[in-house]
Design a protein. Structure first.
Length: 128
């Protein structure tokens, strides 16, 4: 399990791996935790409704926002967890908390068993 310091700083990059044109929509979907298809549909809808502004913003983003470096893609941090955390942080952290509570209760049961007299009795029977 990695520490919080190991997670790279959250920064907006164009995603060249899932790009159709320049990776702007894929980068937006990764950054905000949105569905990529929905992001692309919104971009096309925006293009139909306000073409000059959308084209200007898209090309400005292409030239101003860097493509994601390779080290970031292979950082060892689970990309699915990062996307879920951005999409719904409360739900994701709640899931993590429930998992740790489950592990904590299992560890408490294990400690009770190991420190009990029954454990010593079981060990004696195994030696026979």
């Amino acid at each position: 399990m990695s520490r919080y310091d190991d997670i790279p700083y959250r920064r907006f990059y164009r995603n060249a791996d899932r790009a159709m044109v320049a990776g702007v929509c894929a980068g937006l979907a990764d950054y905000f935790g949105f569905n990529l298809k929905a992001t692309r549909c919104l971009a096309v809808l925006s293009l139909l409704m306000a073409m000059p502004v959308t084209l200007l913003a898209y090309f400005a983003t292409v030239f101003l926002v860097p493509s994601a470096p390779d080290a970031r893609r292979q950082s060892g941090v689970d990309a699915g967890f990062r996307q879920a955390l951005r999409a719904s942080p409360g739900k994701t952290l709640g899931d993590v908390k429930r998992r740790f509570q489950s592990l904590d209760s299992r560890l408490a049961r294990l400690e009770r068993y190991v420190t009990s007299s029954k454990f010593e009795l079981d060990q004696e029977f195994r030696k026979l």
